[in-house]
Unconditional design. Structure first.
Length: 188
């Protein structure tokens, strides 16, 4: 019964808007720690991966069914630059990169699969990307909590923050260098 509830939570955390209020990671960590590591780890991994993939598939089909209509609404038309920016980021990173990243960002988790459904990304390839991203995510959280305990899991947000900060700094330096190069080119 506990694994069924956990599966429902993981699926819910993968659906747009529900993912904003449901975070599966703290619940998974709590379940593993509260059961004193008595859960069958392969079963827990299978449930976490399977539920994450099912949640991504639900989000994909929501995007495919509702996305085109939502793109025509007044609210979305006002946010066009954000949507276009998200589209460029997915194109730049590729669908696999976007799926890997979205799995680690709980509030936005369901939006990448929805977006890929809206743009009619090939479903078979999408499922493969989802299995890869979900497997990596589940293995890190389940095995990390099981073998490393809460200390290891608390390190994940720190590492993720450092990676994001490094990327932002790199982009800032590239932008500054580009601006300087344009100024130099304009003066010569």
């Amino acid at each position: 019964m506990l694994l069924v509830v956990l599966a429902v939570i993981v699926i819910g955390s993968s659906v747009p808007l529900l993912g904003i209020v449901i975070a599966a990671e703290p619940i998974m960590v709590g379940v593993i720690l509260a059961t004193n590591h008595q859960l069958f780890v392969p079963g827990l991994l299978a449930v976490a991966v399977g539920a994450a993939v099912i949640g991504d598939i639900v989000s994909y089909w929501l995007g495919r069914a509702l996305g085109p209509r939502l793109l025509k609404t007044k609210l979305v038309r006002r946010s066009r630059k954000h949507i276009d920016g998200a589209h460029r980021r997915v194109q730049r990173r590729g669908a696999l990169g976007a799926m890997l990243i979205q799995r680690w960002v709980p509030p936005a988790r369901g939006f990448v699969p929805s977006f890929l459904g809206t743009v009619r990304h090939p479903f078979g390839r999408f499922v493969g990307y989802s299995v890869l991203a979900s497997s990596l995510w589940a293995f890190v959280f389940v095995l990390g909590t099981h073998f490393g305990g809460p200390t290891l899991i608390l390190a994940i947000p720190t590492v993720a923050t450092l990676v994001i900060a490094t990327q932002l700094l790199r982009r800032g330096f590239i932008a500054l260098r580009g601006r300087r190069d344009r100024r130099l080119a304009a003066t010569t």
